[in-house]
Design a protein around this ligand. Sequence first.
Ligand SMILES: [Zn+2]
Ligand SMILES: [Zn+2]
Length: 374
Amino acid sequence: MSARDRETAEALVRLAASLDGAVLGLGTAAVAVASWVKYLAVSGQLRLVASAATASIGDARSLLRGDGNEPRIAAVRGYVRTQGSFLRAPFSSEAGVVVKHTQMCLFTEWRGIFGWTFDLHALLFRSWKEQIVTSFRAVPFVLASTELGNSTGVVHINVDEVDYQPLPLTTVFHKLIPLETTPYTLFQTIIGNGYPIALLDEEKILPIGKKITAIGLCRAKNAESVEITSCPEIPFFLSELTKDEMQAQLASRARILFWGSIVLGTLSVCLVGHAIYRGWKRIKLRREARQAQQMFEDAEDAIREDNSSDDDDDDVGDGQLCVVCLRKRRKAAFIPCGHLVCCCKCALRMEREVEPLCPMCRQDIRYMIRIYDS
Ligand SMILES: [Zn+2]
Ligand SMILES: [Zn+2]
């Protein structure tokens, strides 16, 4: 951890602990709520996956209800087969039905001359460092019950509407292209937002013959066959996982989110409760101090009246003289340190300072009391 990171971490800890941890408590509560919302979403997805109808490819028409135009969530498992046309990946010349080409920029840890810009950059442009899809091509394909040869019936897969669901692609080619130093990379070095060193070129395909599960909305395509399109509410569409494995994955995610939000929620209640208790205690102390101050000021008038007797006190021993004015008898004790070192007048003056400190021990003076020795 660098000095810069440590400073940032310390500032964050200070912020979190401010207001007696109320900030941390509210932050934790926000995370707990967010994870609860996520839990609800994931358990909804789990219910959808669990409710998906299953059938063998040969029997896919049984998945349809009525005239088959009303979509129904279903899952089928089979082998990827082409319908005549397929794609060839340009670099590896492998055959597939989906070909995707991505590029990823690799950066050094260089921070530039102004180290802070890196932090800002990492915060704002993180996604920029992620993969960029430079090309995506797909041809219509089907799932069949056997890898080769005759199969009874097929299920058409429509990948046009795949949005965010990952596809079960296989990487068939990758190449690291070193970047030449250009005036632009020099500029990046100077302003400090990471120094790009290479591009990682990757080619991924969905190969013919791969066994996958398709889960989504099932409709009739024509008299004999059915078609599956992706369902936006389900995080899967095409996957190497079976339906049971998808369910297990979602169930474990839901469990983690559930317990995570319970633990974080409890923690945030404790933190906010603690902060409220501390705040209330401080208000109580302040009120007590104000009352004591009032009493002291009331007593001041009385003091003024017997001031003359104080002044006349010639027989006050050195050990009993006010340490500030060295003239009058010590009569005011400071709370909480308990030092009885000042006369009432000096004590009042001292307490009205911006930061009242005991002249003996330099502790904070919260309030003071008048001492009567007779
Ligand atoms: Zn004095
Ligand atoms: Zn003191």
